[in-house]
Design a protein around this ligand. Structure first.
Ligand code: TXA
Ligand code: MG
Length: 351
């Protein structure tokens, strides 16, 4: 299959959107930008289309998809009931990086919910995504547009590198804004639970909900034996080709610890990558591959560049990545969750 890439903001925007809509309505798969990461979209009501998404990603069939909507009314046929709190959260955070897990009506294609009795729904805050969903007049199921096991794509070139020849069309609108996937919030429990932290932070949710729990898998090691609330949690994600170690602790201790570890790896012939911050990058010798997604003082910018840095380490061919741990406050929780997942929860404490 030939994969076309069309720029939504440079070429005739309307024609590009129509191409995407026509393919989606015909049961095909189209990659498009959202404010978080690029998604691999299909008609959420069409079993065959959903199967194509799983095949293109190489995704295990027990990991359900998020359904994307453009208007609140599109939620109704998909769920058994709309709790008041869902309306309140949608008013405050939609369109935006918040996915709500609700009781499913069973209307979506089977693969979307992967056999669960719940369904994950969000309204993305990207004009191209909203226009595609709105014009297709369909709920659009869309996982992140990476091959399984690769970091989520934050730019169309990442999508092309993972999906070339596997899907007919990629809509390119440049780099995504947030760069980490949406917050997944389970509203089917007595107290709402954050299953995956993202751009809508725990602190922001607490202001609306009063109380919100954070699933223990967010920062702790995977428990492959136990049951998991979100099937995505038990699949390793975003694993770079190199071994990755997150070094946690006070910044003053982390830098010397990473220098010491880097020297050890280097001495046995390993190519070392360091994931630094703009405050610390200059403190590492130049013979290491030092990448700097951003500053400790601007976690939103750091988040937007993290996945591109992980892909860059793959291109550079490093053997080991030593990453500085960050604070888990606000956006930091989502950053640390993705870093720990990429590292398979391989953590060293520098303090
Ligand atoms: O920002 C995002 O959420 C991006 C963009 C494209 O919207 N999408 C995304 O989709 O990250 P995906 O498929 O890569 O991640 C969806 C996550 C998975 O961890 C999955 O297990 C969880 O949401 N999920 C989906 N349906 C669920 C459900 N019914 N209950 C619990 N977790 C669910
Ligand atoms: Mg994903």
């Amino acid at each position: 299959m030939r994969t076309r890439v069309l720029r939504a903001d440079v070429q005739d925007g309307c024609a590009v959107i129509n191409d995407a809509v026509n393919l989606l309505v015909a049961g095909e798969v189209v990659a498009f930008p959202t404010e978080t990461v690029y998604g691999l979209g299909c008609n959420a009501l069409d079993n065959k289309a959903v199967e194509k998404v799983f095949a293109a990603k190489g995704r295990p069939s027990d990991n359900p998809l998020i359904v994307h909507i453009a208007h609140f009314a599109q939620i109704k046929p998909l769920v058994r009931e709309i709790p008041d709190i869902a309306i309140k959260l949608a008013e405050k955070f939609w369109p935006g990086p918040l996915t709500l897990v609700l009781l499913s009506s069973g209307a979506a294609a089977k693969g979307v919910t992967a056999g669960l009795d719940t369904i994950a729904i969000r309204m993305p805050a990207h004009p191209v995504a909203l226009e595609i969903i709105s014009k297709s007049d369909l709920p659009i199921a869309a996982p992140s547009a990476n091959r399984s096991g690769r970091p989520s794509p934050t730019d169309a070139v990442h999508v092309l590198s993972d999906m070339d020849g596997r899907i007919p069309l990629i809509i390119d609108a440049g780099k995504t804004n947030i760069g980490l996937e949406s917050t997944v919030l389970d509203l089917t429990r007595e107290i709402p639970v954050i299953l995956r932290p993202g751009g809508v932070t725990a602190e922001m949710l607490k202001q609306v909900l009063g109380e919100v729990l954070i699933d223990e898998s967010v920062l702790n090691a995977f428990d492959f034996g136990g049951s998991v609330a979100s099937p995505g949690m038990k699949h390793t994600h975003y694993a770079p080709q190199a071994e990755m170690i997150v070094v946690c602790g006070e910044m003053l201790n982390v830098v010397p610890k990473i220098r010491q570890m880097a020297k050890g790896f280097s001495n046995v012939g390993k190519r070392v990558g360091i994931l630094a911050t703009s405050e610390t990058a200059s403190q590492y010798p130049e013979d290491y591959c030092v990448l700097t997604p951003g500053s400790r003082l601007a976690p939103q910018i750091y988040a937007s560049n993290l996945f591109a840095s992980l892909r860059e380490f793959d291109v550079l061919g490093v053997d080991v990545i030593l990453a500085e741990g960050l604070s888990t406050q606000n956006e930091g929780l989502a950053i640390m969750n993705r870093m720990l997942k990429a590292a398979g929860f391989n953590v060293v404490n520098a303090d």
